[in-house]
Design a protein around this ligand. Sequence first.
Ligand code: AMP
Length: 417
Amino acid sequence: MNRNKREKEYYSIDVGDSTFTVLKRYQNLRPIGSGAQGIVCSAYDHVLERNVAIKKLSRPFQNQTHAKRAYRELVLMKCVNHKNIIGLLHVFTPQKTLEEFQDVYLVMELMDANLCQVIQMELDHERLSYLLYQMLCGIKHLHAAGIIHRDLKPSNIVVKSDCTLKILDFGLARTAATGLLMTPYVVTRYYRAPEVILGMGYQANVDIWAVGCIMAEMVRHKILFPGRDYIDQWNKVIEQLGTPSQEFLLKLNQSVRTYVENRPRYAGYSFEKLFPDVLFPADSDHNKLKASQARDLLSQMLVIDASKRISVDEALQHPYISVWFDPSEVEAPPPAINDKQLDEREHTVDEWKELIYKEVMDWEERTKNGLIRGPPASLGAAVSNDSHESSTNDVSSMSTDTDSSQETSAGPLRCCR
Ligand code: AMP
C-alpha cells in the first residue's frame, strides 16, 4: 500500500502516558484497563458498527519475555475460536515497514468488566455456577488445543453484564521458568498451583487449582492465598489446607523437599470451617443444597496433590456445574495450532521483530483476501479525523465499569439460561 494512503488512514490520540495511533475507523477511545503488556482502550468501530477493545503492545519485540508472549498471543488468538476465549477482530500496526515497525494493536470483542470487579459482588448460585462453567469450558478448549494455561487469574478473565465470560490470555509458555527458588518479579501469583510454586511437573488439572482459588475468592470476597512471594504463599496454602502427605513430598526435588519438610506442620481446616454456610446464600432448601455442592466442588479443586485433584472433565460433570452442560460448548472441536515450536522459540530482538511483523502482515493479507471474517483495511472517506469525539484520556479513571456510553457496568450480572 502506498505510504501516503496508509498515513491518511491513521490518527494519534493520547491515552494516559501512552499515545495510541489507530485506524480512523476506531473512534472515541477510552482507557479501560492495563496489564503487563500495556494499556487497553474501548473504542467504537465504525466499520463493524460496534464497540471494541484495543490493546496496544508497545515494542513487543524488546526482550525475550515480551516478544515470546506477544508472538504466542498473536498466533494463538488467530487459531482459537470459542465463545469462552476472547476473539480477535483485527490486528494492525501504524508503521509502514519492518525497519520502522514499533507497535502492534490487537482489536478484540469488548467486554464489560474483569473478574476482579465481579468478585466484589454478592453472586447467587446461578451466576456463580454459570461463571465457573464457562471458565471450565474455555479451559477445556485450550487443553484440547494442547495449551495448559497455568496462570489463570481474575484480571485475565472478563465478563459481560449478561453473565457471559471469556478468558483473555493463554498463560505461561511450556518453557516459562517458575518456582519457589526463582527470583521474584512483580506478577500476580496468588492463583498458581502448588506444582507451579514448587517447580514440579504438571498436568492439565493445574488449571483447576486457579479455578478453585477464584471460586473461593468469589465466595469469601478475599484472596484465598495472598502471598508476598512464593514462600509466603506456600505458607498460606499449608496453614489452611494442611501440610501435604509424605507421598506428595516424595515427588519434590531434593532442595524444594528439604525446604517444605522444614516448615512447621499444619493440620489445616475442614472445608466446613474454611467456607462456612454464612458465606453462601442460604434462605431456602435449594440454596442449602447448592451451598453444600459448592463446598464439595471447592474441596475437590483445592487439593495440593494434583494426582488427587478433580480433572476439568470431572468438574464439568459435578452437580454444581453440570446443570449448564451443553455439548456444543464443552466439546467444541479443538483448534489446530500450526506453529508446533511456539513455546520453544528463542530469538534475537531483530528476529522477534521480523516474526511479529510477519504475523501482523499475514493478518492484513488474510483480512484483505477475505480468509478471516473481518473488515476491509481501509475506511475511505466514511470516517474522517474531524468527526472524532473527544476522549477522556484519563488513566486515573481507568475502569471497565465507568463508561456509561459503552454499557460497561459490571452491573447486576444477568444470567439468561
Ligand atoms: P491485559 O493487558 O490483557 O492483561 O488486560 C488488562 C485489563 O484490561 C484486563 O484486566 C481488563 O480489565 C481490560 N481488558 C482487556 N481486554 C479487554 C476486553 N476485550 N474487554 C474488556 N476489558 C478488557
